[in-house]
Design a protein around this ligand. Structure first.
Ligand SMILES: Cc1cc2nc3c(=O)[nH]c(=O)nc-3n(C[C@H](O)[C@H](O)[C@H](O)COP(=O)(O)OP(=O)(O)OC[C@H]3O[C@@H](n4cnc5c(N)ncnc54)[C@H](O)[C@@H]3O)c2cc1C
Length: 463
């Protein structure tokens, strides 16, 4: 095995790959490999890969997988590396296969679809679709930096998913390279199709363990109307969560996001936006419904907030003003990143259990004397408590690790999930068996074996 820090072009396997694909596609220097070691989760166990492969076309992806099968080399698929669970952490003696250079997008207004190569950014699909008055709804906060291939592999959610659904609801077709290099096409621009098992739904959210997604056929909808916005301030996160439960029981807003006091302050420190630093929590609710329905939705949200003891409520029809609050919400992760080392949670629960979830997280923070910043896609019951800690303090690091596990256990105890949208990756496996049970997990391992008999695709990630 080549030592870390040295180029790998002396490795016979790498020489074979370069001979097949060329040096423009296969990167072997230590600097180039280092650049693809981590995703955003910065998994401490991530290693320097053997090589980084940056294909420009599907044939090169197939050739890479044929080479990997021949040499028994592990492959970590990668889009933009914005993943938050270590799913794209490079593995020792394995390659990273990154689709970032495959970015073409074609829209067909007649079928309301976009055909995008896997490396196309979510934001670019939205931009190209908008030229035909169409829209691709799934909007992870990372929509400007994440690829559609990564969104498919993680079944990404986002802010408007409370009304419009998550990635899987918009995938009509996939082109996938299998572990041995064969190419398969699934689905098509057909609204109805029940021929055989739905392998598209199996692949969406499979975290790079079943095949390499090279092209995606996305369902588009008519461009969404500009929303009206309601912002409410609360003394506690539990009050804000109670308002969410009441709002979602009676209406269907297009956004229901929650920021706690710590996340408001992190954003204000990062880029001041005039948010009230003193409140316990802020709710951001939007409605893009038409006419009377919009009025009724915002009225229902206002009543729910008032009943949950909101301290202040503000409404605006001005899309620019509303967007400013959305930007504040999207700024939470970049803002928290500056605070030091962190462990990012992604737990979910049935919406009526949201007060127990966020209240329980606050109790865990107090018990372990930790700073936990909580932001939530609250209308989906999906919370992101971010545990910030001092990496040089061994005791605090250990308490942070305990809190990370306890938050997942809390979610399971109230009928929730250990991951709502970021995936299991390499960081969330300890409690997966507790959630799924032996029979379901064994079945998933058996399915994986059928797709990837030699265990080459993203080993150690997912289920
Ligand atoms: C600031 C910030 C905000 C975020 N907000 C959200 C949010 O609101 N909602 C949300 O769901 N996520 C969010 N994320 C997480 C992340 O952006 C998503 O998981 C995204 O879908 C990952 O896309 P990517 O292209 O970066 O994939 P990567 O990080 O490169 O990979 C993610 C996983 O997908 C696999 N993969 C990637 N491409 C392929 C492919 N072509 N074929 C097969 N497998 C592949 C990888 O092996 C890995 O397991 C956020 C991240 C950041 C940094």
């Amino acid at each position: 095995m080549t030592q870390a820090g040295e180029p790998t072009d002396g490795d016979a396997r790498v020489q074979d790959l370069v001979a097949r694909l060329g040096a423009d596609i296969v990167r072997t220097s230590a600097e180039q490999r280092e650049a693809y070691r981590y995703d955003w989760a910065r998994d401490p166990d991530a290693q320097l890969p053997l090589a980084v492969v940056l294909p420009r076309e599907v044939g090169q992806v197939q050739e890479t997988m044929r080479w990997a099968t021949e040499h028994g080399v592990v492959v970590v698929p990668r889009g933009a590396g914005s993943g938050l669970s270590g799913g794209a952490s490079a593995q020792p003696d394995g390659i990273v296969l990154c689709l970032e250079r495959m970015t073409t997008i074609e829209v067909d207004p007649a079928t309301r679809t976009a055909r995008a190569q896997a490396g196309a950014l979510n934001v670019d699909i939205k931009k190209v679709a908008a030229k035909d008055g169409l829209w691709y709804p799934p909007d992870p906060s990372s929509y400007e930096i994440s690829t559609i291939g990564g969104n498919v592999a993680t079944n990404a959610g986002g802010l408007c998913c409370v009304k419009y659904g998550v990635t899987v609801d918009y995938i009509m077709g996939l082109q996938v390279v299998l572990a041995d290099g064969r190419l398969i096409e699934l689905g098509g621009p057909r609204i109805k199709d029940v021929a055989g098992l739905n392998l598209i739904k199996l692949l969406v959210g499979s975290e790079g363990t079943l095949g390499i997604v090279t092209q995606v056929l996305c369902r588009l909808v008519p461009k969404l109307a500009a929303p009206a916005t309601l912002v409410a301030m609360f003394a506690t996160v539990e009050d804000a969560a109670r308002a969410v439960v009441a709002t979602c029981a009676t209406s269907r807003p297009s956004m229901v996001e929650l920021m706690d006091n710590a996340s408001i302050n992190a954003v204000e420190d990062f880029q001041p936006m005039g948010l009230d630093r003193s409140v316990g929590a802020m709710l951001l609710i939007q409605s893009d419904a038409a006419g009377e329905s919009r009025t009724l939705e915002l009225q229902a949200a206002r009543e729910a907030c008032e009943q949950a003891a909101a301290q202040e409520i503000f409404e605006t029809d001005d899309p620019a003003e509303g967007e400013m609050f959305v930007q504040a919400r999207r700024a939470v992760f970049p803002a928290v990143e500056r605070l030091g080392a962190y462990m990012l949670e992604d737990v979910g629960a049935p919406v009526p259990k949201l007060p127990e979830l966020v209240g329980g997280v606050a109790a865990i923070a107090a018990e372990h004397d930790l700073r936990i910043v909580t932001v939530a896609h609250a209308g989906d019951g999906n919370a992101h408590p971010v545990i910030v800690y001092d990496a040089t303090d061994a005791d605090e690091k250990a308490r942070a690790a305990r809190a990370f596990t306890e938050i997942m256990a809390l979610a399971l105890s109230i009928g929730g999930t250990i991951t709502g949208e970021h995936g299991i990756g390499r960081l969330k496996q300890p409690l997966l068996r507790n959630q799924l049970g032996d029979d379901v997990l064994d079945l998933q391992h058996a399915i994986r074996k059928v797709w990837d008999p030699d265990g080459l695709l993203n080993p150690g990630a997912g289920y």
